[in-house]
Design a binder for this molecule. Structure first.
Ligand code: AP5
Length: 182
């Protein structure tokens, strides 16, 4: 199986859920920029204070801040990894490519989790995280469509993209992902 994987998909597609399952069974490092940012917010660090309001609005935190987090984690890790929630725009994707070239660890596969907006909103409203109210969810979906969705074509052109239908049970989706990964 690939050792350097990226999960792409809209809010609520199940990136975090599926990434955790796959990493638990494979030993890959699960690197979720959303989780890392929420940990900074909880710890009340300067970085967390800077990120909190932006996350609460459903906007993207600054590229520099997120890149610093990813750089520090990947540079100090020797094994395989799964990126969840990063990159979120073309600038982050290009910075990631530069970093991975420096580290000699090219990305091997990108899994796109695909689901329509209506079940996404339903799932997120059922969770109730601080940024899971309907107005902010709709804004996160529009930020995804404008800034993150262009990465689909970017990775398709690089021959790295595999599409996975993200409806159904957690187990059914996990099985599709496992089939899709080389
Ligand atoms: P982030 O934490 O990345 O949130 P997100 O992309 O909005 O993704 P979610 O966590 O909402 O959804 P998910 O696809 O991971 O689904 P999950 O498995 O959780 O980002 C949050 C914020 O941080 C951003 O808005 C931004 O401000 C900032 N940020 C993060 N990364 C950044 C970056 N790189 N650059 C700039 N800013 C960044 O599942 C969702 C719910 O559905 C759960 O309740 C789950 O239990 C449920 N569920 C999962 N699968 C199923 C299923 N099959 N059936 C039913 N329910 C299911």
């Amino acid at each position: 199986m690939s050792q350097r994987i990226l999960f792409l998909g809209p809010p609520g597609a199940g990136k975090g859920t599926q990434a955790q399952l796959l990493c638990d069974s494979s030993g890959l490092l699960h690197l979720s920029t959303g989780d890392l940012l929420r940990a900074e917010v909880k710890a009340g660090t300067d970085l967390g204070l800077e990120a909190e309001a932006v996350m609460g609005r459903g906007e993207l935190v600054s590229d520099d801040l997120v890149l610093a987090i990813v750089r520090s984690r990947l540079s100090s890790h020797a094994g395989g990894w799964l990126l969840d929630g990063f990159p979120r725009n073309l600038a982050q994707a290009e910075a990631l490519e530069t970093l991975l070239a420096e580290l000699g660890q090219p990305l091997e596969q990108v899994v796109l989790l695909e689901l329509d907006d209506s079940p996404l909103v339903e799932r997120l409203l059922g969770r109730g995280r601080a940024d899971d109210n309907e107005t902010v969810i709709r804004h996160r979906l529009s930020v995804y469509a404008e800034q993150t969705a262009p990465l689909i074509e970017h990775y398709r052109q690089q021959g790295l993209l595999v599409n996975v239908e993200a409806s159904g049970t957690v187990e059914a989706i996990a099985s599709r992902i496992s089939t899709a990964l080389d």
